[in-house]
Design a protein around this ligand. Sequence first.
Ligand code: NAP
Ligand code: GDD
Length: 362
Amino acid sequence: MKSKIALITGITGQDGAYLAEFLLSKNYIVHGIKRRSSSFNTERIDHLFQERSEDSTFILHYGDMSDGMNITRLIRDVNPNEIYNLAAMSHVRVSFDTPEYTANIDAIGTLRILEAVRLLGMEKKVKVYQASTSELFGKVQETPQSETTPFYPRSPYGVAKMYAYWITKNYREAYGIFASNGILFNHESPMRGETFVTRKITRAVTRISVGLQNQLLIGNLNAKRDWGHAKDYVKSMWMMLQHDKADDFVIASGQNFSVRDFIIKSFKLVGIDVDFQGTGINETGVITKIKNQTDGLKVGQTLVKIDPVYFRPSEVDTLLGNSNKARTKLKWIPEYDFDSLIKEMVQSDLTLANKEKIIKEL
Ligand code: NAP
Ligand code: GDD
């Protein structure tokens, strides 16, 4: 049977890497769009490239979501069966500093893809996955959030993604393009970018445990998120495009935890009990017990402090998803839960911290 061809934007990101690996395991020919960068940005996919360069099943192209001609040419030349639009300026806090850029990439970038499909006359040939987000729910109007919950985005990122959601739906209704929105709640992994809160925590906790770092400076401890594993979530993207009709699906674990919970659990996994004391910006995380005495740490020591620099001008306080539609219609079942997700992230970052320590001591 002839292999299907997939084109992934954002292939160098967390989801792009997991999705590429998943599609290659399903015998797809995978094309990815990467940005030109002054330093290497393919760390997450280098292993795939090395394994597949001989048989030409994994091919990278230069491109940028701001460049409509480049996107149109690539879609024409690659002639994909499926397009996964994962590229985005994906950091909510940063979107307050770069609102126009965020709109150009996350909102108009999506339009550029859909319009290319239309102009190339590929409406009936290609299926499009749009990386929508639980940030659309923002200041939540009901709990838990499902496909019918009204949107109330709280950041330039959320607002840009709202345009992308609706233009995807509009091109589906107007031109009959098979275009689906995956409304994915937060998903993490050892490949998560280091400035998102989960990875920032697991990096700091493991580095503190081996004596490479003194403290974790953090923003809003009370924020609650519905966290899942990226590996489970990219599978749902593929499932959406294999479904008999294009539609919109919420993907979530159905459980939420606070940033504070995430920190406590992560420290516990490296043998350090931390308790939170005080209130507001004076709240601190203090050691109450240490399992194995490690590098100069002692009971009573402050390991976590608030730094208001990480607060957002408008915050999404709490998110909790209801993914019953995906679980019923797509038969999507996640393999990871909150505990196994944190455990994998802490173990992976502990290995990294120990390597860093050896290099430092050389
Ligand atoms: P990520 O790790 O930040 O990856 C984003 C990708 O987009 C990277 O490959 C990045 O390239 C690329 N990109 C950024 N600006 C670009 C531009 N101007 N032109 C071309 N490529 C560009 O994000 P992720 O966590 O994998 O998320 C994937 C998608 O899902 C994003 O659209 C995100 O908004 C959405 N989403 C994520 C989550 C989540 O919890 N992870 C939840 C819901 C929705 P560089 O590597 O060069 O920076
Ligand atoms: N990044 C960060 N850094 N967040 C912090 C910090 C910190 O030091 N301290 C507290 N937080 C809080 C944020 O204020 C937010 O409420 C929560 O932790 C999660 O922040 P992030 O991990 O940055 O993720 P996000 O929820 O804002 O956005 C992610 O998930 C969205 C899906 O809901 C991103 O992946 C988005 O691209 C994605 O759409």
